[in-house]
Design a protein around this ligand. Structure first.
Ligand code: C5P
Length: 313
């Protein structure tokens, strides 16, 4: 009886693919920098339907490859060993089996979330890697520990794990899910050039040297969310970093005005920018605004929220 090559090899478990979403800050209240350099936040995150998919395959070595969606253009990617996924693997390994443990896997990332765009694309990849590698290595890390590891990786990473709509306190890493009965329609306009988050925070520091340590409360957005009324949410949207991002990139201000003139209820810089997001009355209205903005920008996307946090497909 003939056997095909490899017939006696043990079965390799299937790879794990994890999907993680982009975020929009519906409210981003920023307080004066703390002693550790981070700014205290009162923020409301919403996960929206732009995704990065990360697949972890069993392998004898460690590698990370990134594939970019066409709309992301030619952005620079981190070199070997510099990806946030490398840090995830080191942290997860160290937490489970101490220093000196060597991670092995072949990781592939398919990106559609704008890079350095203020939509937590890197955080989404970190959250997806946490979930995928925990499964691949069969670690069964408890949720509390996953959230603690996520917080070590970046302020937005715990939210990328949790998804939906959530309030973020501390430096944004202390997340609590909030009631969000709405189905919100967004237009998302990425920018060909990223903005550095630390640079935008630093610019905000120079614009507001006497800022209060207490960030503006997210309560108006929480109340508007509960109404499920897009007009009420549009009136409540608030981003303290917007003024700093627009000061660095005045063309963003023109884009926001154009989107509102084309029928969006409200335009806003997403997080530290430069991606601009536009809340619309309905999915149909969003398609109309997106089509109008295509006259001035090469890449115009539509999205809806809230959607789930990092999950295995
Ligand atoms: O936490 P994360 O690595 O995403 O933060 C990136 C940078 O953004 C920080 O090094 C800091 O400069 C700035 N930041 C901040 N206050 C926050 C979150 C981020 O100043 N709450």
């Amino acid at each position: 009886m003939s056997r095909s090559p490899g017939a006696y090899e043990p079965l390799r478990p299937a790879p794990f693919t994890v999907r993680a979403a982009a975020k929009i800050n519906l409210h981003l209240g920023v307080g004066a920098a703390r002693e550790d350099g981070f700014h205290p936040l009162d923020t409301v995150y919403q996960a929206v339907s732009l995704y990065d998919d990360l697949t972890a395959h069993r392998d004898d070595d460690w590698s990370v490859t990134t594939h970019l969606a066409a709309h992301l253009g030619d952005v620079a990617l981190p070199g070997p060993g510099d990806n946030i996924v490398d840090r995830v693997a080191e942290l997860l390994c160290a937490a489970q089996c101490g220093d000196g443990c060597r991670p092995t896997a072949r990781v592939e990332i398919s990106k559609t979330i704008p890079v350095a765009g203020g939509m937590a694309g890197g955080s989404a990849d970190a959250a997806a890697a946490l979930v995928a590698l925990d499964r691949l290595w069969d670690l069964g890390t408890p949720d509390e520990q996953m959230l603690a590891l996520a917080a070590q990786l970046g302020s937005d990473v715990p939210f990328s794990l949790v998804g939906g709509t959530a309030r973020g306190l501390g430096r944004g890493e202390v997340v609590t899910p909030v009631t969000d009965p709405g189905a919100w329609a967004w237009v998302v306009v990425p920018d060909a050039e990223g903005l550095s988050t630390p640079a935008v925070y630093r610019h905000w520091d120079t614009l507001f040297p006497d800022a209060s340590p207490e960030p503006a409360s997210a309560q108006p957005v929480l109340t508007a969310l509960a109404s499920a009324d897009p007009v009420a949410l549009a009136a409540a949207l608030h981003n303290d970093l917007e003024v700093a991002a627009v000061d660095l990139r005045p063309d963003l201000g023109e884009l926001l005005a154009r989107g509102e003139a084309e029928g969006a209820l409200r335009g806003m810089v997403s997080g530290s920018g430069p991606t601009c997001v536009f809340l619309c009355e309905s999915a149909e209205a969003a398609r109309g605004v997106a089509s109008a903005l295509s006259a001035v920008r090469d890449v115009v996307l539509t999205a809806h929220g809230p959607v789930s946090g990092a999950h295995v497909l």
